[in-house]
Design a protein around this ligand. Structure first.
Ligand SMILES: [Zn+2]
Length: 168
């Protein structure tokens, strides 16, 4: 059995899951996530736990590392600047990232960052992406916006289960 994590890095989905008290670990959060939550309907959830959160800004260096990793895994297009902050903070703090965002999980895995899902639903396996034309269904291995064969939009699909809809 693995030891419970001693330091957690939270993203918005972790605050939203409202089970932060169950974790009993030190929690840190990037300032951008705090800002993002304050803009939305989760402000009360944040107020309930803010005293337990250590606000830490990720360094430029770890942000760059997170960006490069996201580009490698192909998650770059769906990650916000806030998401990158969460990954970067996980990288520099050595903590466990708590998120239900699939793209964040994917990049964390590629960087060897420990993860927990916010709702306890578990972490799925890393998925490599493939790109499929919405018109002629041609498959591309690299991200392409427009199909070179028929000119239709090319969408990202998971290689393991091409039928599954990707949250964006
Ligand atoms: Zn096509």
């Amino acid at each position: 059995m693995k030891n419970p994590p001693s330091l957690l890095v939270l993203d918005t989905s972790a605050i939203m899951a409202r089970n932060i008290d169950l974790w009993g670990a030190e929690c840190c959060i990037p300032p951008s996530v705090i800002d993002e939550i304050k803009l939305g309907k989760l402000k009360r959830d944040l107020d309930n736990v803010i005293s337990r959160l250590k606000v830490i800004a990720p360094s430029e260096e770890s942000r760059n590392a997170a960006h490069s990793a996201a580009a490698r895994t192909g998650d770059d297009p769906v990650l916000s600047s806030t998401d990158i902050d969460v990954i970067a903070l996980g990288l520099q703090s050595g903590g466990t990232v708590v998120t239900d965002d699939f793209a964040i999980q994917n990049v964390c895995r590629s960087l060897g960052i420990a993860m927990e899902s916010a709702t306890g639903t578990g972490i799925r396996e890393e998925i490599s992406w493939t790109y499929r034309c919405t018109g002629c269904r041609k498959i591309y291995s690299e991200p392409v916006a427009i199909c070179s064969v028929c000119g239709h939009e090319v969408k990202r699909v998971s290689r393991k289960n091409p039928a599954r809809k990707k949250k964006s």
